[in-house]
Design a protein around this ligand. Sequence first.
Ligand code: ADP
Ligand code: MG
Length: 584
Amino acid sequence: MKRIKVLSDSVRKKIAAGEVVEGPFSVIKELVENAIDAGATEVDVQVYDSGLKKILVRDNGEGIEPEDIKLVITDYATSKIDDVYDIDRVDTYGFRGEAVSSISSISDITILSRRQGNETGVRLYSSDNRVETADFAGPGGTTVIVENLFYNVPARKKFLKTRRSEMRFVRETFLKAALPHPGTGFTLDVDGKRHISLSRVSSLDERIEQVYGNEVTGNLYFESMQDIKIKISGFFSQPGFLRSSRAMQLLYINRRPVEFKYFGYILMKAYEAIAIRGKHPAAIVFIDIEPDLIDVNIHPAKREVKVFDQKYVESLILKLAEKALNRKHSFSDELFRDEQKSLHETVGISASAGASPGDLHSIGSLFRGKQVFHSPPVSLSREVVNEGAELYREFNNDNSIRILGTVFGTYIVVEQGDSLNFIDFHAAHERFVYDRLRENSREIEGQALAFPVMVELPVDEYRLVLENFQLLNELGFDIDDFADNTVTVRSVPGIVKDIDVKEFLADFTESIKGEKGESADFRDAMAKSAACHSAKRSGDHLGESDLEFLVRDVFSGDHEMRCPHGRPYIFSINKKDFERMFSR
Ligand code: ADP
Ligand code: MG
């Protein structure tokens, strides 16, 4: 063993720099965040050789005072906080004052800056502990150029991924940083060529569209909720828009992209009813929270954030996702659209009057008031129409059920005790058929068709049907290969005897295309498709016994109150709410 000695400053700094700078992407992150902290509305990024040769970040932010320029590369020098207590109030990305200084210890760095309003600016060049400064006469704002990253840290170089994946990290970091700032324009040039250009736009939707393509926002629901100290909003996949990876699951806390272990899990829960194996919902969630309720100072790169009450935040994310999923199928936002604003105000006031500030759990209950069901005009309470979810437990098995009829060819209207219920019979029927197909985990009795049906399919779907003969058989479909992309269907499951076989096969094969699922998942997909293509549709005639059968099932409490795709199929209004509506 050699003797113990204190490491030199420069070695110490390089070791410490490793915590902040994992790769070129970390440099991009720190520099772009500094640009945003400086109030930039334009940020241009250039990388050469995946950032290992050169990274340049230029902004039109407030700039740096010439006298302060050396402090930028000094450890723990920052303009963003004065005291440790300020961390509780910090609304900038940075505050540790170590990023640029760390970067400068493992690269050659040039900083060009002119403060907006100053005649001249300043230029700093630092390499190998040598620092030079000079005047600078360029445009207002700051440009930081980092060259030869890690040239003096051999160990780190070894850990870098391939150039291609470093470049992918750079691109992801850039996009993640740009996403929550639609009011700032960003460009990314790679080896001298423009790769990405995000012009300034006026809303988050537009920025998301710029990043993910223009059909995307049409496939996402937007929802938001708020209480005194937290605002949470987000964009969520509509049921048909599931992705093959989690890449589009992003969580921001105070516009900081954060890694949160349970995020994917929470989303999975929200989408349970419509989940397809190997598919993931997209979700871009923004939490804005009073800075004193979070601790961002637990990770040097601030990738993780500690929140005051993780369970509560998790429950908010789940609620928001569920709310988004329920939304399209709720009572008209249309009808009461004008009321939306005043409703929110009312809730805001009652929130502050009704609960003491720190008492976030009790405030949580107020969220209910901000569902998409809005009170009719005048001063009616927000509880006039209940949310679907709240009804789940209200049904009980009594005999006070009266079927009043169907309306709009789509809904069964039912009086039950003190509530008036509207049931979307297609969605309800779909759920029951699905549950039945699923509950017989073994074979299901097929019912022979009077005349076998020949179905011709596109070639890849035909292949998929052949590959899944066995499973189809277990569900009660007796299918034979005929020839030339055509199959013969001889029997179908008894409970779906009216199924449109061709539609079913097309839908089922489409849903498993490209999937490498297990037979259980395929069976699930099969059950879903079968349920969908056999359930009564709007406009279908429902006989009295059909109605009774369906309604009894609805109130049996045996089924989830959503169709297999996640849409609620029942809403109710209770008598109290009626009375309130008539000011009784
Ligand atoms: P932090 O961001 O934590 O304060 P940094 O090392 O990233 O620490 O930056 C140190 C200081 O340099 C910042 O506090 C800021 O005053 C200044 N600075 C860095 N980049 C810029 C920039 N692009 N525009 C203006 N000032 C900057
Ligand atoms: Mg910083």
